[in-house]
Design a protein around this ligand. Structure first.
Ligand SMILES: *[C@@H]1O[C@H](CO)[C@@H](O)[C@H](O)[C@H]1NC(C)=O
Ligand SMILES: *[C@@H]1O[C@H](CO)[C@@H](O)[C@H](O)[C@H]1NC(C)=O
Length: 433
């Protein structure tokens, strides 16, 4: 079953990337032959996105098979006992930061004076690294399961001791936080909450993905769009390089022009639609993590999955362009950084902060300089639960570091864990650093 899905995905990426409907406006109910078999609670605005949804045929099978998957397989996100999991922190160890005093007594008026506990609602857009695809898989047949509850920036399963995630850190400062994903789920399932990330999404999908997120938030009676402070993590780019770039006529122009426009368009839309919001803009680690594994022996599963999940980089056909793609990947990270400084994206009510820790992400992140493959999922493309925990540690550290002094690369879990202080209580932005 797994391979049929992979083949469908590949086929789709290759064939339909060109025919992409600009608006991706498709009803999910019409396109899912197994819809009535699985009975998951779903959102009213069912449709989220990716190119996958563009052909009725692909949509019908891909979505149907995903539904079957989530019915037939156990909740892989519930597992704790594998070597790709973080070590549980015993209850004798305290949360590393003092939490008292880091929710303001009065709701702050400025996005540049937000303490961690002031965040009421958490959300995310992105791709399979944000949907936590394959994070807890032990076999290739499970790699399509999305363990959203474990996702580094939006998963809220368990707590920081069992699952280090950004929501589980923020919950310590504000136990009423909501919006995080609750368990394994696809983006249309209720338990995905405000995580509209979609597999195989690229930067071009982000305007649509952001719109779906906003619709979902506005329809949710718990959300007070005007009053609540919202934290939205926006990481994208991996699939631009894994699945799309090798089909572009002019790859340089595509990255420098087309993809940059989509990025800016999404951020402008969020600025105009989502008051009281701070956006973490994060470059994707997908390609740099992949390349960091070039010189080591990887399990056989990687040789099967990488050319399929990341065909532009690992497919033989495109090997002569690999250097160009690597250069353009670095270029795209620079574009993201530059966009984060566009003055129009910063008001008292809305801001974007570039968080660079993923930029130099590598499996060689530990002091001993030995590779740590346990941060990678079984397919060597996605992150494992431990990888998500390390990433949560990274984004948190970046949020607690002034712009210009942010650390790069993955931290060793809990070895460096930044905390707000009485002198510097705020989440750093371009204007309070
Ligand atoms: C699925 O269920 C809905 C509501 O119960 C029903 O209206 C619809 O006709 C069913 N679709 C199929 C294909 O059976
Ligand atoms: C790609 O586009 C750029 C800018 O439009 C142009 O300078 C370059 O020559 C093009 N490259 C190819 C191979 O067509």
């Amino acid at each position: 079953m797994h391979f049929s899905v992979i083949i469908i995905s590949l086929f789709c990426v290759n064939t339909f990337a060109q025919q992409r409907n600009i608006d991706h406006r498709i009803s999910r109910l019409k396109g899912n032959i197994f819809q009535n078999l699985t009975g998951h609670q779903e959102f009213e605005n069912h449709i989220v996105t990716s190119q996958l949804d563009n052909s009725p045929l692909i949509r019908m099978f891909y979505r149907g098979v995903r539904e079957m998957y989530s019915r037939l397989l156990p909740e892989t996100g519930e597992r704790h006992n594998n070597e790709r999991f973080q070590i549980k922190v015993p209850t004798s160890v305290q949360f590393p930061c003092r939490v008292k005093g880091f929710r303001s007594k009065k709701i702050p008026k400025s996005v540049h004076q937000l303490r961690p506990g002031d965040i009421d609602v958490i959300a995310a857009v992105g791709d399979s690294l944000t949907s936590a695809t394959a994070a807890n898989s032990v076999g290739l047949w499970e790699v399509l399961v999305e363990n959203r509850g474990l996702s580094w920036c939006i998963g809220g399963q368990g707590n920081w001791r069992t699952h280090l995630t950004l929501p589980n850190i923020l919950k310590e400062f504000n136990p009423k936080l909501f919006g995080y994903s609750l368990s394994d789920a696809y983006n249309v399932h209720q338990s995905a909450q405000f995580n509209t990330a979609e597999n195989i999404a690229t930067t071009s999908d982000m305007p649509y993905n952001s719109r779906k997120l906003m619709e979902r938030m506005k329809l949710d009676p718990r959300v007070d769009m005007k009053q609540h402070w919202k934290l939205l993590t926006f990481m994208i780019g991996g699939n631009d390089f894994c699945s799309d770039i090798c089909y572009q006529k002019n790859a340089s122009q595509w990255i420098n022009n087309v993809q940059e426009k989509s990025l800016i368009q999404s951020l402008r839309y969020l600025r105009d639609t989502s008051p009281r919001t701070i956006v973490n803009l994060v470059p994707s680690p997908l390609i740099s993590l992949s390349f960091s594994m070039d010189k080591i022996n990887t399990p056989w599963t990687c040789y099967l999955s990488r050319p399929v999940e990341c065909s532009c980089i690992f497919g033989q056909k495109f090997s002569r362009d690999r250097e160009l793609f690597r250069t353009l990947e670095r270029r795209f990270v620079q574009i993201m950084e530059r966009v984060s400084f566009m003055s129009e994206l910063h008001t008292n009510d809305f801001t974007v902060v570039y968080q660079p820790f993923f930029k130099d992400a590598s499996v060689f992140y530990r002091n001993d300089r030995n590779p740590d493959l346990s941060i990678m999922a079984i397919d060597c493309v996605h992150l494992s639960q431990k990888g998500h925990a390390v990433s949560a540690n990274g984004i948190w550290n970046n949020m607690m570091e002034p712009v210009g002094k942010k650390s790069m690369g993955l931290p060793h879990l809990f070895e460096e864990f930044n905390c707000p202080t009485l002198q510097n209580p705020y989440i750093y932005t371009n204007y309070n650093s």
